[in-house]
Design a protein around this ligand. Structure first.
Ligand code: HEC
Ligand code: HEC
Length: 191
């Protein structure tokens, strides 16, 4: 499969160590307007990248560059980027300390508990790691922007987001909009 081949390619380009400092220079001109100076997005609909695993960023940038992941607001910024730039950008954003956006909504204890109760039986933490910080090609979802989490889960459920495989489509199958809202509130309020 094409996506699998791309991931294999991404994983094997590590011969040259990624340069986070060069990534910071690239990001300053092209990325931080939307994704935030410190990698924590203050813009609705734009995900934070601070503390994302470098492999996850690299793979998603390749999917976005090749148009396999469709996101009209983002595809133009991935278009034509060489692998080396992508790896340096990924190293930079991965090195930033993660945290919630400044405009995070107050925590609703009932909604948080409802989301937590849904996450257990669906084994979200098995893949995303106990603290939801992600690993390798699996994203950090803790303290991510709440409305972006809703958007991402809705796209997986409705078959509109192509990932490297269908793991996430299976994880969210059958969830109602209310379930997705509760899960997003739970994840957004983890630190
Ligand atoms: C005009 C605003 C804008 C700019 C500039 C921009 N992005 Fe994005 N980016 C977005 C939006 C919006 C999304 C969410 C796309 C979606 O809805 O799936 C996104 C998604 C991403 C993702 C996927 C993250 C995830 O959690 O799934 C990565 C990685 C990313 N951008 C990296 C970059 C990098 C690196 C740059 C600079 C080269 C950049 N972006 C420039 C708006 C922007
Ligand atoms: C079998 C492993 C697995 C399980 C279980 C799983 N995930 Fe994921 N998740 C992934 C992978 C892999 C991705 C990246 C997929 C891609 O390439 O789009 C992902 C992506 C996501 C994203 C998109 C984040 C972003 O920044 O774009 C969200 C949100 C998410 N998962 C939430 C959840 C929730 C909530 C659950 C439980 C209901 C869950 N996941 C269960 C593996 C898993």
């Amino acid at each position: 499969m094409l996506a699998a081949a791309l991931v294999a390619a991404a994983a094997s380009t590590g011969a040259q160590a990624a340069d986070a400092r060069r990534g910071a220079d690239l990001a300053a001109h092209r990325c931080v307007n939307c994704h935030g100076d410190n990698g924590r997005s203050q813009v609705p609909g734009v995900p934070s990248l601070a503390g994302q695993p470098a492999d996850f960023i690299t793979v998603q940038m390749i999917l976005l560059r090749e148009g396999i992941r469709q996101a009209p607001a983002m595809n133009p910024f991935a278009q034509g980027l060489p692998d080396r730039d992508i790896e340096d950008l990924a190293a930079f954003f991965a090195s930033l300390p993660p945290g919630p956006p400044d405009d995070r909504a107050p925590k609703d204890e009932a909604l948080f508990a409802a989301g937590q109760a849904l996450a257990g039986p669906r084994h979200c933490a098995t893949c995303h790691v106990a603290d939801y910080g992600g690993r390798a090609q699996i994203p950090r979802v803790a303290a991510q922007r709440e409305e972006y989490l809703v958007h991402a889960m809705t796209e997986y459920r409705d078959g509109k987001r192509a990932g490297v495989d269908t793991q996430m489509n299976g994880a969210v199958v059958g969830l109602s909009n209310a379930h997705i809202a509760a899960l997003a509130h739970f994840l957004a309020h983890l630190d």
